[in-house]
Design a binder for this molecule. Structure first.
Ligand code: IDP
Ligand code: MG
Length: 152
């Protein structure tokens, strides 16, 4: 186990539907910490860089249009095994296949509007965090469990 950082995006539909607070809350309640966060409109070059692995797939143009259709909220979330843990909290790519209790199962309906992005590996997290944040924008914050152990 190790403290990891992962890149989370509340995609355009999450902002449009007013679900950003609900989504952040799910990560916080799980014990993860927001290390960086911003709301921004995505330009095409950054959208394509972020989703480079999907270039050429039939859904790629629609995916880029979706991510650019309204502002998004980008976050760095940290915690013990945060990369896998956040993916688990987000649920399967297709909301119809996602487990109940996950963000996508509880709040989304279709694969093309599945609300959230989460990095899928340490290499992806490193690459993706660098696309959205400068190092100085990422705060080092104590984790709740660590600080309670220290203060007790
Ligand atoms: P992930 O978001 O669960 O990691 P990926 O396979 O990396 O899923 O796909 C990236 C995003 O592309 C998905 O979250 C979804 O928004 C979109 N996407 C993936 N497959 C499809 C599809 O078959 N139709 C429409 N959109 C898709
Ligand atoms: Mg992915």
């Amino acid at each position: 186990m190790a403290v990891e950082q992962t890149l989370i995006l509340c995609k355009a539909d999450a902002v449009q539907r007013g679900l950003v607070g609900e989504i952040i809350s799910r990560f916080e309640r799980r014990g993860y910490v927001i290390a960086a966060m911003k709301l921004l409109r995505v330009e095409e070059s950054r959208a394509k860089e972020h989703y480079a692995e999907h270039e050429g797939k039939p859904f790629f143009p629609g995916l880029i249009a979706y991510i650019m259709s309204d502002p998004i909220v980008a976050m760095v979330v940290s915690g013990e095994s945060a990369i896998e843990g956040c993916r688990q909290a987000i649920g399967a790519t297709d909301p119809r296949k996602a487990a109940p209790g996950t963000i996508r199962a509880d709040l989304a309906q279709t694969i093309g509007r599945n609300l959230v992005h989460g990095s899928d590996s340490p290499a992806s997290a490193k690459r993706e965090i660098a696309i959205w944040f400068e190092p100085r924008e990422i705060a080092v914050r104590p984790h709740p469990l660590e600080s309670s152990l220290i203060s007790d």
